[in-house]
Design a protein. Sequence first.
Length: 160
Amino acid sequence: MLDIVFIFGAKYLFLISLAIVSGYFLYVSKEIKRQMIITSVIALPLILIITQITSHFYYDPRPFVVGNFTPLVPHDPDNGFPSDHTLLTMYVAALVYPHTKKIAYLLLVLAIMVGLSRVYVGIHHLTDVVGSTVIVLVAISGAYYLCDQKLKSISLPWLQ
């Protein structure tokens, strides 16, 4: 029974995070939508760049490859660093944090559950999950800094 919970967490829980952040986005004011879009335009490429660079310098074989076992969730035996599912779920938690702490904390709990589930099912090491979290924090911090300092005057015509 516990395996089923972790398999769900590893494979599908990220979709609940995406649904929550999508619902939140539809609910908020145009100004918060503008801030979230601009932050995303900066943060997502930063996350992609950092991820590509770090994955070239740090290769972490998946646990099932190293341990020679069959994971609970089928996966290619490629580089496990960083965990893409953790990147995504941590990112949506960090994206809403300045606007709503309550939803951000819920999304953070879901992101932690996703990361731990992926470790439990044998497709990531804890370092892959922690590395994903660090990448998101670096990228989103840079994006928030730029948004606060330089991009306050950007308008998005379709949100007018």
